[in-house]
Design a binder for this molecule. Sequence first.
Ligand SMILES: Cc1ncc(COP(=O)(O)O)c(C=O)c1O
Length: 346
Amino acid sequence: MIDLRSDTVTKPTPAMRRAMAEAEVGDDVYGEDPTINRLQERAAEIFEKEAAIFVPTGSMGNQIAVKLHTRPGSEVVIEERGHIYNYEMAAMSAVSGTLARPVRSVDGTGILNWGEIEAAIHVGSAYYVAPTALVALENSHNLAGGRVYTSARMEEICERAHALKLPVHLDGARIFNASAALGEPVAALARSADSVMFCLSKGLGAPVGSMLLGSRAFIDEARVWRKILGGGMRQAGVLAAAGLIALEESPKLLHEDHANARRLAEGLAEVNGIKIDPERVVTNIVLFDVSETGIAADEICLRLKERNVLASGFGSSIRMVTHYDVSGADIETTLREMQKAVGSRQ
Ligand SMILES: Cc1ncc(COP(=O)(O)O)c(C=O)c1O
């Protein structure tokens, strides 16, 4: 099977499995797991933040951040396709009592500018208008096809938000992909955000785990909320050991996934009825419209599955995500099978 549904499907590498078997461990609820402590220190160092905490999932990291930055009855300004809003089980309302204020990016890229954000903010409004408590950004933006915020755009948004005394949380599940695409360090992309979450378990290839970063006081509070949410783990150094390898080694390889994604997009643009601009594919996510094939996206995914290629259908779009378990040869196979699944121009 060529599994292009997501980069979450990556399996741990042999080096990760060895490190897991040999990991030094302790009870992390007591703060005594040396491997987790090392991972947290390295992550904080790489991102140039005061502190970091290992959390089981990206969703938990994001939701702890929403909880700490907001209060019940307030709103979170977020792009309308943001993961926190669409794919975290309405946790922002269940856990934090907050509501999303979704914003559409006018140029359709999913990357917001300050004007779009500002228009959705309520600060110092009438008492009967819910106040904005947080701006949440996503880099790279998953459902927008892996598009990226530059550090300049991040800084502009954060500066303006801070001037209104609003914190900014960055869902950086795939921030290393954004970094590889832009040639900017993750620290530069995260510098002006008050908190950032990134996933070890997506393109970086670790089996489990994400990191939440911010000031020391913020991370001390995050530790309390991780426990409340049931995320206090014990000898989880076996997971952190794989995470350390993911953090140190995997970012160097992401440009290969990006090259594969671009090649995939160029090939798909040649398939009759598929609409995609390969120039817009800058990271490892390839999102394309299949409405003009006359075949539903789910049906195309089913046909591809019969041909040993897995992809995800979203309405009239299909998403394919490259990762280290997908080779250049797999991309060529996928393109051939896609031609057969929907018919070619020739
Ligand atoms: C942009 C983004 N944020 C957060 C998450 C949540 O990560 P997890 O699946 O570890 O909860 C995902 C998962 O796909 C994601 O794509």
